[in-house]
Design a protein around this ligand. Sequence first.
Ligand SMILES: *Cc1c(COP(=O)(O)O)cnc(C)c1O
Length: 403
Amino acid sequence: MEKSYLASHPDEKGFFGTYGGAYIPPQLEAAFAEINEAYDKLSKSYDFLAELRAIRKHYQGRPTPVYYAKNMSDYCGGGRIYFKREDLNHTGAHKLNHCMAEALLAKYLGKKKIMAETGAGQHGVALATAAAYFGLECEIHMGEVDIEKEKPNVIRMQILGAKVVPVTHGLKTLKEAVDSCFEAYISQSDTALYAIGSVVGPHPFPKMVRDFQSIVGIEAREQFMEMTGGQLPDSVVACVGGGSNAMGIFSGFIDDPVKLYGVEPMGKGTKLGENAASLTYGKDGIMHGFNSIMLQTEEGEPAPVYSIASGLDYPSVGPEQAYLKTVGRTIVGTANDEETIDAFYKISRLEGIIPALESSHAIAFAMKLARENPKESILINLSGRGDKDIDFVVENYPVPEGI
Ligand SMILES: *Cc1c(COP(=O)(O)O)cnc(C)c1O
């Protein structure tokens, strides 16, 4: 029998076609080999999987529901819109799915600490949550500029018991935080685990994080079919920052005749620096230890990017997203700031759900899709809730009067 897509991708060196791999300093080769070997073994271990299943059910509150958004569907004039409610996962987004599993891996490896960088603080909060649950130390590297901008998340991490390390060099944002965390990890890799925040980084992280997120797609497929008398959706839509919530829901449908749309932030415009549409405008390149498609300056450096949603503000994407686009299995869509804010308010008013600005990109795109394809059913991964975004939104985009 032919192997399923997930069982045959990536190859054993971590490549999806030409994308992926592990471009790491020699001092970290042993640490990554240890993680790779352990994951290989644990992904087949009954005890590991049983513990993860129990955590998902009793602590995270899974399965999260699939919901038919009837008001939204009627408003768009046809296409039936469904949400996979990752906003109802503990901590309010999909990120905890892989953070709990990475922390469990750390426990099995006998590590005392989990560490990572964070940009807006979402990954930091999810990881600090997982660390508290497992009684592990947690060290989060964060640029000083981001610390200033994202105060509530810094406070959350501190309440949860994490140590936030301010990064003071360069632009003092995400890229420097990655460098700083990598450097700190080199001297502690025997007692700490680096827990990456998306399907990015060197092998085995893109595969591992995808596998940990695939629960979203597995649940959604079953739930959708149960609701519709055995049908599959015509399209599945998710926003793409690094690509973890998208890979999570795509995983459930990748061997099915279902269209898969990854939606990138078109921000303020099409020029370099005005958006973070890496798959749309990027070129092949290596950054942060893996080969993918990235937005680059003329010198081949990672370009400055912009997105209204800080979780999508990254100049590259996970290698599997690059691969699936290149072979034509996924379709890349975009939503700009204006469409995103419109979708944010529309679903708040029509459905009583305030979505994260990241997820609002997927919703904005799906609204266009529903209008153009009135007979189709569209399943959106609602990756997170929007409580974190409300202050920013109302300050910059006044609350509209009607729908
Ligand atoms: C971090 C985040 C994203 C983007 O990350 P992916 O790895 O692309 O999923 C999307 N939505 C929410 C709510 C997030 O917190």
